[in-house]
Design a protein around this ligand. Sequence first.
Ligand code: UT7
Length: 345
Amino acid sequence: MSLPAPAPFRNPRAEFNFIGRSCSITGVGSAVPERIMTNAELETLVDTTDEWITTRTGIRSRRIAAPDVFTSDLAALAATRALAKAGVSPEDVDLIIVATITPDMPFPATACIVQQKIGAWRAAAFDLEAACSGFIFGLEIGQQFIMSRTYETVLVIGAEKLSSIVNWQDRNTCVLFGDGAGAAVLQHRPDSHGLLTACLGADGRKAELLSMPGGGSRCPATTKSVADGLHFLRMDGKETFKNAVQAMHSAAKEALRRCALDITRIKLVIPHQANLRIINAVGERLGATAEQVFINLDRYGNTSAASVAIALDEAVETGRVQKGDLVLLVVFGAGLTWGAAVIEW
Ligand code: UT7
């Protein structure tokens, strides 16, 4: 069966893809830990207030994983839910991509641990690291394998246990982050254009803005590196904020331009959930209405690579995205990295 009659938007993939196979998201799922940490609880840990956190970030609570729950556990649960919704059994998965900055351990890849947990024995598996932008990077990589007919089914997961790298004594960062995972099953569907475009970007000149300096080859773990707090996440909030607004806006604009789409044609914008002020600024610059912009960071905080994946799952579950709708995902993170994707649902 061939694609339906040309839709009133441009599909750059169809124009440039000589193989002519689209890639759709056929199932999404998410998983967050049960434990809710409120702003009131943070008031007891650091010198902060619910009022400061709410007005400066929009975050009211976040989910925190138990000590014996790891990134791979959240990832495996989200993946199992996504596979169930897609009606795909784990043995049919060809490739697992896990986007994370909080792998279970430096190696082996968390994707391999997820493979073991869900029993996807036929799959190849690897991790990718593009920080908070990781899920869109994963979608783009996964769709290349589907488009080229290399694989039939790719599982893309964004998963984080950020509570494991947050300095719980640093009020500048500890109030911002949470744990969780989201997953998407990618397959070809002849009746949908699926992922229309993805614009990815990076700027390593600004790597210092958001990083965890310790634990790699540059600064292996020592008693001193631990004492100096080098194994905690660090961020220059103000500079990161400015870069986020600018990069998310231009990536989203470029994705729309490539598809010859006006923002009014987009049913839902799903931005990375880092700060309500960033989301509002990007939404305003794009000319999106409040109803067009999905927000759940009040309940989860910033879950990095899991953020848009969890949001996409919630948007689908609550009926805010339905078959045929056009969805714009837009992300930004450490690296710096950023990206935007347009999907026909
Ligand atoms: O996911 C990757 C991308 N991440 C982001 O995009 C995050 C981007 N950055 C941000 O969201 C914001 O910059 C923050 C929420 C991190 C900070 O907001 P801000 O409006 O930029 O505040 P600031 O860092 O300039 O701090 C303002 C004041 C400072 O006090 P002084 O120096 O003015 O006396 C901070 O010490 O707020 C103080 N402050 C706090 N006060 C109470 C910082 N954190 C807190 C806190 N509670 N938790």
